[in-house]
Each structure stands twice: as C-alpha cells, then as structure tokens.
Design a protein around this ligand. Sequence first.
Ligand SMILES: [Zn+2]
Length: 162
Amino acid sequence: MIWRKIPIIFSILIACMLSLVPAALANSFIWPVNGEVITPFSQDEHRGIDISARIGEPVMAAQDGVIHWIGKTPAGEPYVSIDHPGGITTTYLPVQASVSKGQTIKAGETVGTLSSEPDKSSAVPHLHFGLFDTATRDDKNYINPLDFLIGKNAISEKKPVL
Ligand SMILES: [Zn+2]
C-alpha cells in the first residue's frame, strides 16, 4: 500500500532538501577582497584560495553571519572566522580584526585589514580565504570557495554547479 511508503518517501524528500542547502548557497558569497586568485584550492595541500591583496586593505565578510572566532593560527597568523546561515563557515587570514567575537555582520562589511604576515603558501601579499561546512568544525571539511563565490574572477578550476 502506498500509505505505508509515505514515511520513506518523506524521509527521502527531507534528505534531498538537506543535501540542497549548500547548493542553494552556491554563487551567493561576495569576494572578500578584489584581487586575482594566485593559488587555487586543493583538498590535500591548500585548503582555501589565495586572493592577491594589498597589506592594510579592508577585508569584507563574504556573506551575512556572526563572527565566530578571532585568533591566531599555530604559525601565529591572525585570522577571523564567520558562521553563516545555511551551515557554512568562512575563514580569513592574515587579518587584523576590527570586529569582535559574537558580533553580527552583513555581507560586504569590513572584518579587518590585511595583516603584513603572509601565509606560507606564497610570498606575494594575499588573503587566504577558506570555507568549510560548519557541522564539521572539529575536523573541518574544507570546500572550494570558488563554488560559492559570485562569478567575476572565478578561474578555470571552478566546477559547474549542477
Ligand atoms: Zn593560502
């Protein structure tokens, strides 16, 4: 009988809807700085993208959210992380924060300025921008930020959003 299958169908529908959440956020994040991607994302070696920027340049929140953390990496680089509705967290480094933990922020508002400590992936001044599934905060499942950023200087590595 079909009614016996309804809970199963319903569960499948819910599962499908949940899996669509990140897809719904695709191409909705703004570029935190207006530069070129100088180092692409690599799941094993480089868990973010490096965007060229000037030291002291303002760094913007990529999407509305709440400042989750302001701290330093083990290498001593200052960073900011933001939790966004929909289950995505973004990280920005090296950034001298001008916001405080727990503060709400809108897309495009300044989180701080690019600090002078370059990260170890390139000698050129740049922002390292990372993005992960908030639910994986402990072991951080990083995702390619280019799948979430609005068009513009998206480079060839960008996968089509199906
Ligand atoms: Zn980097």
